[in-house]
Ligand binder design. Structure first.
Ligand SMILES: [Zn+2]
Length: 338
């Protein structure tokens, strides 16, 4: 449902107002959509790129007219946690989803810490990739790093949504020679291969684990990305990892419980959670700007924001990998969606 909301205004001197150029529907938006999480006229959306229209008195690093990318956590980028690279756990963090960027204009708190400007206005074809950097690419990148993907490593990716597919891209970019994608959808398998997957496994759960072991002399993968967030996917990820290996988990966990005995016996490293996307934005924007990576390929459906409901349906039914929403003209009805 798209509704009219009041225009955002500067509340804190560290705020910026952006005109949203593009936003999108996240897999995590589907949990409230499906009714797993209660919502009542909730604003939606936490992924965004746009042009700065107004800045608060204390904003210094972005200026009016800049094209900016930000992550789904607003962060000051100066506290001790941020400086350690964990901006998603910033002591002053604000969840952008509570503000809602599936709208025409949005207030960005802590603009200096949150937003990164591109060198110039981007060519139109770069916008989807820059938007991907706002969440799914940054999250896939974090997952690959948390799983210690790199040269000499066999990486397996559980989950063929946008984050999983972009974890494949990240693993490739980080130098992994062998990348296994779990997927049973031909279009997603194609994109996984395009992003660098060397092997596809269609089986799930224990059967999928057996296939990974067959490809790795019975040892399991060095690095496994978990990008779903269910009990089955987490168990699949842990079981597919060799002793001493690393699991990077970024699927928003719903009802996941890891038995202590399993964890004790497995000998694997587990690291993950909400990705500190902000840490990676400068590097990722450069890779996109230089056209080294093309993460925007995950968007396979573009709709005007007024048709957001159809976008939710398409993703829920897995007809679309990821939906890009284009805002209405600024002078038309402003919308947020649920
Ligand atoms: Zn901070």
């Amino acid at each position: 449902m798209v509704e009219t909301r009041d225009d955002p205004t500067i509340v804190e001197p560290t705020d910026a107002i952006i005109r949203v150029t593009a936003t999108c529907i996240c897999g995590s938006d589907l949990w409230p959509y499906r009714g797993v999480t209660d919502v009542d006229h909730q604003v939606m959306g936490h992924e965004y790129v746009g042009v700065v229209e107004e800045i608060g008195a204390q904003v210094a690093t972005v200026k009016v007219g800049d094209f900016v990318v930000g992550s789904f956590w607003a962060s000051d980028n100066t506290c001790e946690i941020c400086r350690a690279g964990y901006q998603s756990h910033c002591v002053h963090r604000t969840l952008m989803g509570l503000i809602g960027t599936q709208s025409d204009r949005a207030r960005i708190p802590l603009a200096d810490g949150t937003l990164v400007a591109t060198p110039r206005q981007p060519d139109a074809d770069l916008v989807p990739s820059l938007l991907a950097a706002s969440d799914v690419l940054g999250t896939g990148w974090f997952a690959a790093l948390a799983a210690q993907a790199g040269p000499g490593k066999t990486v397996a990716v559980v989950g063929d949504g946008a984050v999983g597919l972009l974890a494949v891209l990240a693993a490739k970019q980080l130098g992994a020679p062998r990348i296994i994608a779990f997927s049973r959808h031909p279009d997603r398998q194609r994109l996984a291969r395009d992003f660098g997957a060397t092997d596809i496994i269609e089986e799930r759960g224990d059967d999928g684990v057996v296939k990974v072991q067959e490809l790795t002399s019975g040892l399991g993968a060095h690095s496994v990305v978990e990008a779903v967030g269910t009990q089955e996917s987490m168990m699949q990820a842990i079981h597919a990892t060799r002793p001493g290996g690393h699991v990077g988990f970024v699927g928003v966990a719903h009802g996941v419980s890891i038995p202590g005995e399993l964890l004790f016996r497995s000998g694997v490293h587990l690291h993950g959670g909400p990705a500190p996307v902000r840490q990676f934005l400068p590097e990722l924007l450069q890779l996109i700007w230089d056209r080294t990576i093309h993460p925007g390929k995950v968007f396979d459906l573009t709709l005007p924001i007024g048709q957001a409901a159809e976008g939710y349906r398409a993703m829920d039914e897995r007809r679309a990998i990821k939906v890009l929403l284009t805002p209405t003209d600024v002078n038309e009805t402003r919308g947020s969606s649920r």
